[in-house]
Design a protein around this ligand. Sequence first.
Ligand code: NAD
Length: 479
Amino acid sequence: MQEGLCWINGHARTAVDGGWIDNVDPSDGVSFGRLARGKAADIDAAVSAAHDAFKNRWQRVSAVERGRVMTRLATLVTQDAAQLASLEARDTGKPISQARADVVALARYFEFYAGACDKLHGQTLPYAEGYTVLTLREPHGVTGHIIPWNYPMQIFGRSVGAALAAGNCCVVKPAEDACLSLLRVAALASEAGLPDGVLNLVPGLGIEAGAALAAHPDIQHLSFTGSTATGKLVAQACALRASPVTLELGGKSPQLVFEDADLDAALPVLVNAVIQNAGQTCSAGSRVLVQDTIADRLIEALAHRFCALRAGPSSADLDLGPLVSRKQQQVVWDFLSAAQREGLEVAAQGSVVDDAPEQGFYQAPVLFADVPQSSRLTQSEIFGPVLVVQRFTDEADALRLANDTPYGLVAGLWTRDGARQLRLAKQLHSGQVFINNYGAGGGVELPFGGVKGSGYGREKGFEALYGFTQLKTIAIRHG
Ligand code: NAD
């Protein structure tokens, strides 16, 4: 039986009150282990260890040495790739090749932020005669990180990688549905030379360990990745103690396909953007908006591809694995039932392979064509392999549909017209716009985050480092 323990001050330990959470394999619905059910007392211990490490150890480590530790961690992650990928695939249900790609991304985040440690600096500012003014970029101290289950390693890498590089010590609350890979990474970090207490992980339920972390008076910055509903609660808890927070929330990202688009290039990308990780991706391209002159052709081509898609156990490494949990499967089923009640017709559907275990949490990918803008299917994040297609007449119509949802995370534009590319990219309400591509292979270097209900603040790239520091201005009057 696999056990996942709390990782506090460089050591694995059970939760203070001895509680556990069942760990279920989404591919067969069977429990394969248990996780420590950390609560407020465990969060207290982790925060206290992190403060001690910040004051007595990490703050004294030079930027270049921080970078060396993180480089060693990137190497250890790469050497341990097979084990990490297998843990992630079992925990989340994702096809094993997707889990392998997540390990590569995790190593890449540590590599990127390792290189950034000694390049993060303040400025000198021109001011009045007789003064020298300079700015320092200082770490917050102890940062909190609440991580979802869909990409544990990638989201840990981008958030904790940047926080450590900026000189913070971290307390992480991974998701209760998937966190085994992260507990292993914590042990690797110690092996890489990260001092005890610099990185602490407390698995547990959101309403227990998560809420305790968000409300903790000694957490000086919080990075939350998860649903918009929970993000609002977390932001509220941070506001009550006037603490900064970054919210990386959900999305309903559109891809706009114009009649001059290269459809051969677009098609596989449009499909992959919604089935990757069984649609459980914040930046999933879950809406395709297509110009009416080519709509029938595109819908037919999408339908052809959807019919060929197959879902199965993570070890089978098919187009998609199961959803992460029975709860998430029910969420997707509720959307599909609502669509049926609305009278929406399924344009195409993939399949679940015959030998997939019956108790696994599978959902075949579904394509809906001509969905009204007001439909729940268009307006809400489903977090499953469901693609909605809508038609538009011209640029103005496309923009209206694209921007008319509560979200604004990512948008894709498919057109060969350069003027249109820039015109629309500037008017789309979203944190990232991809032109004639989507997702750019993950883009460790590219700042990422949302507008509107998709959140605020930016992670990834160099930009994330600014969020994990605070700027101090020093004005010296020397005459
Ligand atoms: P969730 O909000 O239910 O949970 C996310 C994390 O918050 C988990 O660790 C959970 O335990 C914790 N949590 C739950 N309730 C809490 C509370 N009251 N206080 C503090 N913490 C609490 O989200 P989820 O279902 O795990 O993840 C899916 C959502 O995450 C989707 O909406 C998806 O779009 C979003 N997401 C966003 C990004 C991004 O970068 N923008 C990336 C991945 C996922």
